[in-house]
Design a protein. Structure first.
Length: 162
């Protein structure tokens, strides 16, 4: 069984889209480290994220006992460090949901499997849960940085015409 651990950014963008439900459809259960939950509830977090995570859906499990942060995560924020360390604890059966470049670099060096928002959107489209183009456009409207080449590659993988 795959243990899915999420960082804040994936939750943030899916909450902005009103589509946290996609995580339940794809994975059934997502573990959220306490540090990630605190970031989600921070007054500076988007209201939709704070609202969704103030009473997290049942498929979210907040990690009560988090492993000690790995030394490799020292330069990252608390949520990223906790998510990476927790995913490392469950390796090789873990999948880390993470988008930030520095965090992805650390996680890749540790050999962790990862998926970001665009990967979730791609898989969600494959399973008929959402429309790829409409969701990608909505992500961009919410400030998600998405290079045209990356978008074109994902569309090609889905067999979508240019």
């Amino acid at each position: 069984m795959t243990v899915v651990v999420s960082d804040t950014s994936v939750l943030c963008y899916l909450a902005l889209l009103g589509r946290l439900d996609v995580l339940e459809s794809l994975f059934k259960e997502v573990i959220v480290p306490g540090a990630v939950l605190r970031e989600c509830l921070h007054p500076g977090a988007p209201p939709s994220l704070r609202e969704a995570m103030s009473s997290p859906p049942a498929f979210f499990k907040v990690a009560a006992d988090e492993p000690k942060a790995l030394p490799e995560t020292a330069s990252l924020d608390a949520g990223e460090a906790a998510a990476i360390s927790l995913a490392w604890h469950f390796r090789p059966s873990s999948l880390l949901l993470l988008d930030e470049k520095r965090g992805r670099s650390v996680a890749a060096a540790l050999g962790l499997r990862m998926r970001g928002v665009l990967g979730l959107v791609t898989e969600g489209h494959r399973r008929g849960l959402l429309d790829f183009d409409a969701t990608a456009a909505a992500l961009r409207q919410h400030g998600f940085r998405l290079a045209n080449t990356t978008l074109a590659l994902a569309r090609a993988q889905l067999g979508l015409t240019p």
